[in-house]
Design a binder for this molecule. Structure first.
Ligand code: GLA
Length: 383
């Protein structure tokens, strides 16, 4: 990919790229809608991702081009920018906006991106492009940010510049991902540990429902607000900084404070899902994939019935998996409302799984899903 992108860079800009970077997408194995509630999540980086080649120009201009989108943009170097429209270059532009508030960059840049993460699929194409831009600028100009600072900066861009109140999971996962490892991240302390993702006789299938989804237009921000409401109401009884400070048992002692049934459902999901992540990390550590798989199904059910973020497309994929013996666990991954599901599939059944799922899903939904078999890869890097 690197050589191809650098070749295209030359064709686009008539001079050579001087550096090339890669940042992956991610799947979340379990722990959904937990990060903005200060709990545990378990994402890992995948092999789909974003590539970026860079070279300086002498015009004090930043040029954004991509092999994946027709739209391009050029802006003069200045101290701040505003989001304009919905085009892809707003993500890296937001990163410049943030970094230029803190660091002096006096050098124009030509940029060429390429990405193969399906957009709006819940595999974090936006975190990937934000982090690659932040990582590239940090490396290129030796700005001295730590990896964690880059993650927080990228999340800030998503929250403030793009307008989605996401948690830290996606940016963290695509920056810190490790080959063949899942990250167990505490979103309150930002401390994490890695767990070997030894799937033995199983592989990870990623199923894109191909239902278009846009986080900023979805009900994501509404769920964030509902959790804030639950937290406020619980604080009438106990002092909590976030919902995930309660485990299932403690929550039961205070849940009577949540008199609105919708708010109660949302908080119940959060608390129980957070507990499931601890159980899942233990199961994975012990190589107990059967337990891990059961927890995946339980997570999906909770996201369907309590958090209400799945939808008929994701439910159809998981229904199929539940009745397909070589799959031992499946669930939606990411924000939901469409996007992707993941499944633990016995090795050797890949072709049959794709064929059977295609038939089942197409009959119910009217179009086909796309299935990827991804390795678990590394986070942001210079290549
Ligand atoms: C999106 C957000 C994340 C996280 C997930 C749900 O991917 O960007 O911060 O909240 O949804 O777990």
């Amino acid at each position: 990919m690197k050589t191809d992108l650098e070749q295209k860079f030359f064709e686009n800009y008539q001079h050579k790229a001087t550096a090339t970077y890669f940042t992956p997408g991610r799947v979340n194995l379990i722990g959904e809608h937990i990060d903005y509630n200060g709990g545990l999540v378990m994402p890992c980086a995948i092999s789909l991702g974003t590539w970026l080649s860079v070279a300086p120009n002498n015009e004090k201009v930043i040029r954004f081009k991509s092999l994946s989108f027709a739209e391009e943009q050029a802006v003069p170097l200045q101290s701040s920018y505003n989001k304009t429209g919905e085009d892809w270059y707003n993500y890296p532009l937001g990163v410049f906006n943030e970094i230029l508030k803190e660091k002096a960059i006096d050098q124009g840049l030509d940029l060429l991106f390429y990405g193969n993460i399906p957009i709006g699929s819940g595999l974090s194409s936006s975190a990937s492009i934000e982090v690659i831009m932040a990582y590239a600028l940090n490396e290129y100009f030796n700005l001295g940010y730590t990896r964690l600072e880059l993650v927080l900066l990228a999340q800030w861009v998503e929250n403030q510049f793009i307008g989605v109140n996401c948690g830290v999971m996606d940016q963290f996962a695509v920056a810190f991902g490790e080959k063949d490892k899942a990250l167990v991240l505490n979103c309150d302390t930002l401390k994490y540990r890695v767990v070997a993702c030894d799937m033995g006789n199983y592989c990870l299938a990623i199923i894109n429902t191909n239902k278009p989804r846009k986080l900023s237009e979805s009900k994501y921000n509404e769920r964030v607000l509902e959790c804030q409401t639950a937290l406020k109401q619980l604080n009438e009884d106990i002092t909590l900084n976030n919902l995930c400070e309660l485990n299932g048992e403690k929550f039961a002692l205070h849940s009577h404070l949540l008199t609105d049934p919708v708010i109660l459902k949302r908080a119940t999901h959060v608390v129980k899902e957070n507990d499931r992540v601890s159980f899942a990390a233990k199961a994975l550590n012990e190589g107990n994939l059967a337990d891990f798989g059961r927890l995946m199904y339980a997570s999906h059910l909770s996201l369907k019935e309590l958090y209400e973020v799945t939808g008929v497309e994701l439910d159809t994929v998981v229904d199929f998996c539940e009745n397909y013996a070589p799959v031992i666990g499946a669930r939606m991954t990411g924000a939901g409302f469409g996007g992707c599901a993941i499944a633990l599939l016995e090795n050797g059944f890949e072709e049959d799984f794709v064929k059977e799922l295609n038939l089942y899903y197409t009959e119910k939904i009217g179009y086909a899903p796309t299935v990827y078999f991804s390795a678990i890869g590394n986070g942001a890097s210079t290549i």
